[in-house]
Design a protein around this ligand. Structure first.
Ligand SMILES: Cc1ncc(C[n+]2csc(CCO)c2C)c(N)n1
Length: 232
């Protein structure tokens, strides 16, 4: 089914989220259907690639939680503050899953924390934080959206792919996390939030600048997968 016609798709037709995704269609596709994702789908991704990715992702999540904390600070309403506070809790829970994987590889939390952040990890996380510091809540949410919504789309693509290996796939628990109803609802909520902020914060007039932010975040996400493949 073409992206954008699927009734379970993220964001409303004509809303800001879909406008941003369409404006960065090439970068978005390169992110959500990256060769790393295809390797998760059929289970052929080399374990060293996944291990490199997951350790960096743990470090990524710490800074991503800081970016969500900035969104609490910049939130436009008390309801939005509560939503963002819940997002921080969800991220900190996600780090627990990462540590369970790392424990299987003989790495405890201190060992993971001692790994230096790569350039890909620094550039993506600090880019998002900078968009938030320099701009308003809409600039920040647009920088955050490729992460939250993108992983929701990644999981849906994986489940729908005919090459998917479900039985005995070593990455199934990772896939299950993002395919879960809870995560899918979170991703849909993030896209709906972009649509709502687009209405309340003049999204149409700011489309060029917001598209640049969204596209850059999507490119940084693809580079984040790529560092895993490069390490294998
Ligand atoms: C590079 C990278 N991009 C996206 C995610 C997904 N993600 C990041 S925070 C969060 C919780 C909800 O906002 C989720 C699902 C990731 N783990 N790593």
């Amino acid at each position: 089914m073409p992206v954008g016609r699927d009734p379970g798709d993220f964001g409303a037709e004509g809303g800001l989220f879909r406008q941003l995704r369409a404006a960065s269609a090439g970068a978005w596709e390169a992110y959500v259907w990256h060769p790393f994702v295809q390797g998760l789908t059929d289970g052929t991704l080399p374990l060293p690639a996944f291990r490199h990715y997951l350790i960096q992702d743990y470090l990524f999540l710490i800074h991503f939680a800081r970016a969500e904390a900035l969104a609490v600070f910049k939130a436009e309403s008390l309801a939005a503050m509560r939503e963002k506070a819940a997002a921080i809790t969800a991220i900190l829970a996600e780090t627990e899953l990462h540590l369970r994987y790392c424990a299987e590889w003989g790495l405890d939390e201190a060992a993971v924390r001692a790994v230096p952040e790569t350039a890909e990890t620094v550039s993506y996380t600090r880019y998002v934080i900078d968009r938030g510091l320099a701009g308003d809540i809409l600039d920040l949410e647009v920088a955050l959206a490729p992460c939250t919504v993108g992983y929701g789309e990644v999981a849906r693509r994986i489940l729908a792919d005919p090459r998917r290996r479900a039985a005995g796939n070593p990455y199934q628990s990772w896939i299950d996390m993002y395919a879960s109803a809870d995560y899918q609802a979170l991703a849909r909520g993030a896209a709906a939030r972009i649509d709502a902020l687009g209405e309340s914060h003049g999204g149409t007039a700011r489309l060029a600048s917001l598209s640049a932010t969204f596209g850059e975040a999507a490119r940084l996400e693809a580079a984040f997968w790529q560092q895993g493949l490069d390490a294998a």
